[in-house]
Design a protein around this ligand. Structure first.
Ligand SMILES: O=C(O)CCC(=O)C(=O)O
Ligand SMILES: [Fe+2]
Length: 356
């Protein structure tokens, strides 16, 4: 397994709060997603209140420190909702010898303010806050997708900048809010090269938002074209004094495929930092388009250019047309079936990273 390069991350920090011209911001976001697949969104609490983020982390702590019998009552099912315990998930099944050192709680969308899954005692009285937090995340995803639409200069006659956002806005979708807890491991127990908090993987959906806490590092990315790992600091330069660390946004496999790989879906993992003394808590929001969305060609000259490259690289017209005839639900299911057979009937129980 390649080790960290230690090179400082070049992933840019972008302010989308409205102080800069939108088109410039959209282009900068597209650039970052095309180069790194990751971008930091400067966070001064304008899109999501800082208190709401802090509060979700408090609830997350409450949940993970609750008795295991409570968590067992909402163990993850094939709906991809619920709790998974330590080392029950293996994100990099091919290379990992042991499961991920983490616990995770997946919370799906609410209907009329109500969770559509059993919630544990520690969360059940907080439905309104969780629902509101999901709404904030959803709105931020729509905002970023609109800026992508601007940056990609989507044909105004075909829907313009709102092209992606409208395909995420109304209707059932499998988006998931995921609370993550990575307990620390004492140095004497740590097996270098074997133990890992989250194995190498890329995310399946369109966009992922990731919230991190100061002093709890560990995320690394393998930027396109590189075979080394780059640490992604929680508070990159210029953000150290912001009221909350920037929100990381990364492009998932579905959006990469949809844009003919113009926007990249970058492999990432979570490691035990060298000086690991802290537990790590993070919160991810995995956004997916409305399930019935057809993944038709994106009406953008920039994407069309990329499609030509793909053709030159050998993708047949039939393959491309098959890709474009799929719905978002079909795409997700095909990925899950190929990678995580355990959930779909072969009796294995590991590797349930269906949101990742
Ligand atoms: O916890 C993190 O920082 C990353 C989690 C992640 O990549 C995932 O759950 O897909
Ligand atoms: Fe991920």
């Amino acid at each position: 397994m390649a080790s960290s390069t230690g090179h400082p991350s070049q992933v840019p920090v972008i302010d989308i709060s409205g102080t800069l011209p939108e088109l410039e911001v959209g282009r900068a976001l597209v650039d970052a997603a095309a180069t790194y697949g990751f971008v930091y969104i400067k966070n001064e609490g304008k899109d999501i209140p800082v208190e709401a983020i802090d509060r979700m982390f408090e609830l997350s702590k409450q949940f993970f420190s609750s008795p295991v019998e409570e968590k067992e009552k909402c163990r993850i099912t094939e709906t991809n909702r619920g709790w998974g315990g330590m080392q029950t998930e293996t994100l990099d099944v091919k290379n990992q010898r042991v499961g991920d050192f983490k616990e995770a709680m997946n919370i799906g969308g609410f209907v009329d303010g109500k969770a559509q899954q059993p919630l544990p005692a520690s969360l059940v009285d907080h439905e309104a806050e969780i629902d509101q937090f999901q709404k904030y995340c959803h709105e931020l995803v729509l905002k970023v997708l609109t800026l992508f639409g601007l940056g990609l200069e989507i044909d105004p006659l075909a829907g313009g900048s709102s092209w992606f956002a409208t395909r995420h806005r109304d209707g059932a979708n499998p988006s998931i809010l995921r609370l993550l807890y990575y307990p620390h491991l004492s140095r004497s127990d740590y097996q270098p090269g074997i133990d890992i908090r989250a194995g190498a993987h890329s995310d399946y959906g369109s966009l992922t938002l990731l919230f991190q806490r100061p002093g709890q590092p560990g995320l690394e990315i393998r930027p396109p074209g590189s075979d080394g790992w780059t640490p992604i600091p929680v508070q990159p330069p210029t953000t150290e004094h912001d009221p909350s660390p920037p929100i990381l946004v990364n492009t998932g496999d579905l959006l990469a495929s949809w844009t003919d790989n113009l926007l990249r879906s970058t492999v990432h993992r979570v490691v035990f930092p060298v000086e690991d003394v802290a537990d790590r808590y993070s919160i991810a929001y995995f956004a997916h388009p409305v399930g019935t969305t057809v993944l038709e060609a994106v009406p953008s000259a920039k994407v069309r250019e990329k499609a030509k490259e793909k053709e030159a690289e050998g993708e047949s017209v039939q393959e491309r047309e098959a890709r474009r005839a799929m719905t978002a639900d079909e795409y997700l299911f095909s990925r899950l079936k190929a990678t995580y057979l355990g959930l779909y009937g072969n009796g294995k129980t590991e590797g349930k990273a269906v949101t990742a």
